[in-house]
Each structure stands twice: as structure tokens, then as C-alpha cells.
Design a protein around this ligand. Structure first.
Ligand code: ADP
Ligand code: ASP
Ligand code: MG
Length: 410
């Protein structure tokens, strides 16, 4: 008998019919004699719909209230799923994030988990009842509802898996695993049987939304074995686990991208110590994640600093940056939001050379201009015009022959 966490995403529970299908999966696991905890997302589109409603009543909705609103989507699915299971004679009980003791900091809409008590889940399991837990939500130390960032139900599942020392955390979604590229954009993308936490973290951080980046970070930190599978078809899925020698054989494991970035350029910044610290300190204090940063060579003691932020954070970032630009005497602040970032990821990059130049050549063959470049040990990213996004992903996928199962690369 194993203890499993099974998480089902929005499309998987997107209708009452889909809830019946997921109930089949849960029933089968329970009847096979396993203990399980189920984590559910809101029905697909529901969190977006709630966000849009909030935008209609307020241009800048209060984040505490936003969390109160957004957390309601998951309550609907856990109650409906529990009723569905009970109809089948299966003992199940639904729980909110607060009831299972997911405690977070107060960073509303992107709260970080500080501890998980999970006492009620343990008690429920001990009684032979299946806990059906609302993903994406927690409470802060003052008992206010918080949410864990978009895609945050993955994090709920991983955090519970870690707290309960589960044997496995299975993320059921609408594709058959983690692919070499988003299969909706690159149709001949290939499912990866196995990839390392580090690769998955880079893929997720660079835009592959199949897993929330923070859930991967958490899984890596606590060594939670993570499996990604389809709730629509039966099959193997992908395993996210510790790196092994096999994974290093190929230079590139996957390509991904993000069209949700915007570029801010502060023009004519005095080139003196402390300026960058001031600028990025203010942005970081607002919990805005800055990805790429480029500072030009200075001329006449003035320089330009460009960086990217998530589009959703652009209004807030801009107002902070404009204030600081004024304070430090910068000439102007420019914005470009029709950009996209494409990235290549692979632990094999550590031992294979020439990956970057092949990437740049493939993009240049398509006439795609590169605006910014950044690299890490296992990733190369380029910022390009948004209109070339899909073309770039397909060309890079072809260039590195990712549709083929690697055999002889050394
Ligand atoms: P869920 O609602 O189950 O949480 P998501 O929509 O968050 O599902 O994530 C699944 C989606 O991630 C897929 O439908 C797919 O389009 C997208 N995706 C992006 N990159 C990848 C990738 N490399 N492998 C698999 N899916 C990917
Ligand atoms: N419902 C939330 C979202 O759409 C959380 C999740 O689905 O993981 O982001
Ligand atoms: Mg998701």
C-alpha cells in the first residue's frame, strides 16, 4: 500500500462529466488499496473569469480581496468531487487550504508556504476517508486567505506530499506528460520519460506551464518524486527526479517560451555605484520578478538599463521605475510589451559546447532579431519580437532534432 497525492488540474475537472472521469481514477486507486489525498484546481477558465470580474469593479483590486475571490473556484470543485465520490459509496471529505493547515506569508496572490500542519488530513486518512483538498490556497498568520500564484495547485500537492512523506505526487493534466516543447505549439514534440528537477525548474520558470515553477523548486528541495500524467488517457507520463548520467547525453532536453513578458528600458542613467541597487531594490521589494537585465556600455557617464518583468506586473513596475528614474535623474523610461522569450534547457549544456551559436543561427535563418540574451549553466534564453514566438519555438525544436529519441550523442 502506497500513500499517493493525486492532483487534477482545471481542464481535468472542467465539467461535471470530467469530474465523473476523475472520480473513476480516484476510485480505481482507492480500490487498489492505496491511501490517497486528492488536490483539485478550479474548473478551467474559472480563475480567469474571477480575475476579469475583479478587473471590472476595480482597476487595481485590493489583493486581500482578490485572494478571497480567487480561492472560491477551488471550493466548488472539491465539494462537487466529494459529493460525486460519496454517491459511489466512497468515503471522502473536502477541505479548504485553511482546514489542512497550509500556512503562508502575507504576499497576497503569490504567497509562499511557510509551514504545513496537515493534521486533519492525517486524521482523515487514518479514518479511511479520502481527503479532497482545495489547491492554490492557504492562510497567513492572521488567518486571512492567501493564494499561491497562478498554477498554485501544483504547489499544494507537492507541499502536502512533502508534509505527509507521500510515496509519490502525481500531477494529472490535459497532456500526457512533460514534452520537449508545448505540444499545442510544436505538434511533433516528444514526451520525456524522465527529466531532472533542475531542467523542469528551468522549463517551468521559462514558461512551460505544465508545472508551476515554485512547485518544482519545492519538490527538488524536499526530494518529492513527481510524476506528470494525463487524466484523459492512460499511459506512462513523465518522471521528474534527481539528475542521472543518462540525462547529460543530450545537449538540449526541451525548448520553451513565454510571451507574458514586457521590457522596460531606463534611458540615460548616471553610471555610478548604487543606481542599479536602488532601481532593482524597489522592484524586488514589490515582489516583482525581474528576469533579464542588460546594461549598455556607458557614454558620457550615462548608460541605459533594460530588463524584463511579467506583463501582469508591468503597471506596478512602471510606476516604481518612473519614480526612481526621476529621483536619479534618468532621461526617460521606455516600454516594449510585444516581446517574447524563447529558451533552450538541458543539463547536457554543461558538457556540450556550441549550443548558443546553433540557437542564434537557427533564429537568424528565420530572420528573427535577438534583443536580449541570458544564459545559465543549463539554459539559454533570447528575447525576440512576439510575432515570431511560435516560429522560433518550431525552428529551435527542429534545429536540435528534439522529436527524435536521442541515441548516439555524446
Ligand atoms: P492544469 O490545468 O492541468 O494545471 P496547465 O494548463 O497548467 O494544466 O498545464 C498544461 C499545459 O501546459 C498543456 O496543455 C500544454 O499546452 C502546456 N505546456 C507548455 N509547455 C509544455 C511542455 N513542455 N510539456 C507539456 N505541456 C506543456
Ligand atoms: N486555479 C488556479 C489557476 O488557475 C490554480 C491552479 O489551477 O493550479 O491558476
Ligand atoms: Mg497548471
Amino acid at each position: 500500500m502506497a500513500l499517493l497525492i493525486q492532483k487534477f488540474g482545471g481542464t481535468s475537472v472542467g465539467s461535471l462529466d470530467r469530474i465523473q472521469v476523475v472520480a473513476d481514477v480516484i476510485e480505481k486507486t482507492a480500490r487498489a488499496g492505496h491511501q490517497l489525498v486528492v488536490v483539485l484546481s478550479a474548473m478551467s477558465g474559472e480563475t480567469d473569469r474571477l480575475c476579469q470580474m475583479a478587473q471590472r469593479v476595480s482597476q487595481n483590486p485590493n489583493e486581500r480581496e482578490l485572494d478571497m475571490l480567487l480561492s472560491s473556484g477551488e471550493r466548488v470543485t472539491i465539494a462537487l468531487m466529494t459529493m460525486t465520490l460519496q454517491e459511489r459509496g466512497i468515503r471522502a471529505r473536502s477541505f479548504t487550504g485553511r482546514q489542512v493547515g497550509i500556512v503562508t506569508n502575507s504576499s497576497h496572490t503569490k504567497a509562499r508556504i511557510t509551514r504545513v500542519t496537515a493534521d486533519r488530513v492525517k486524521g482523515t486518512l487514518a479514518d479511511g476517508v479520502i481527503p479532497i483538498v482545495a489547491g492554490f490556497q492557504g492562510i497567513n498568520e492572521s488567518s486571512d486567505v492567501t493564494t499561491l500564484g497562478r498554477g498554485g495547485s501544483d504547489l499544494t500537492a507537492v507541499a502536502l506530499a512533502s508534509a505527509l512523506k507521500a510515496d509519490r505526487c502525481v500531477i494529472y493534466t490535459d497532456v500526457e506528460g512533460v514534452y520537449t516543447a508545448d505540444p499545442r505549439i510544436v505538434p511533433h514534440a516528444r514526451r520525456l520519460e524522465k527529466l531532472s528537477y533542475e531542467e523542469m525548474l528551468e522549463l517551468a520558470s521559462m514558461g512551460a506551464k505544465v508545472l508551476q515553477a515554485r512547485s518544482v523548486e519545492f519538490a527538488a528541495k524536499y526530494g518529492v518524486p513527481l510524476e506528470v500524467k494525463s487524466s484523459f488517457t492512460e499511459g506512462e507520463g513523465s518522471l521528474v527526479t534527481h539528475e542521472d548520467a543518462e540525462m547529460e547525453r543530450v545537449s538540449v532536453s526541451g525548448v520553451t517560451g513565454d510571451r507574458n513578458q514586457a521590457k522596460i528600458t531606463v534611458v540615460g542613467v548616471p553610471d555610478s555605484p548604487g543606481i542599479a541597487a536602488k532601481l532593482f531594490g524597489a522592484v524586488a521589494d514589490a515582489a516583482i520578478i525581474v528576469d533579464m537585465i542588460i546594461q549598455n556600455v556607458s557614454q558620457d557617464s550615462l548608460t541605459d538599463i533594460s530588463f524584463t518583468v511579467p506583463k501582469g506586473d508591468l503597471p506596478q513596475a512602471l510606476s516604481l521605475v518612473r519614480d526612481i528614474a526621476k529621483e536619479i535623474g534618468a532621461r526617460s523610461v521606455e516600454v516594449k510589451d510585444d516581446i517574447a522569450k524563447v529558451s533552450l534547457v538541458g543539463v547536457g549544456m554543461r558538457s556540450h559546447s556550441g549550443v548558443a551559436s546553433r540557437m542564434f543561427q537557427a533564429l537568424s535563418r528565420e530572420g528573427i532579431n535577438i534583443m536580449m540574451i541570458s544564459t545559465s549553466e543549463i539554459k539559454i534564453s533570447c528575447v525576440i519580437e512576439e510575432k515570431f514566438f511560435e516560429l522560433a519555438l518550431r525552428s529551435l525544436h527542429d534545429e536540435f532534432q528534439l522529436e527524435h529519441i536521442p541515441k548516439t550523442e555524446k
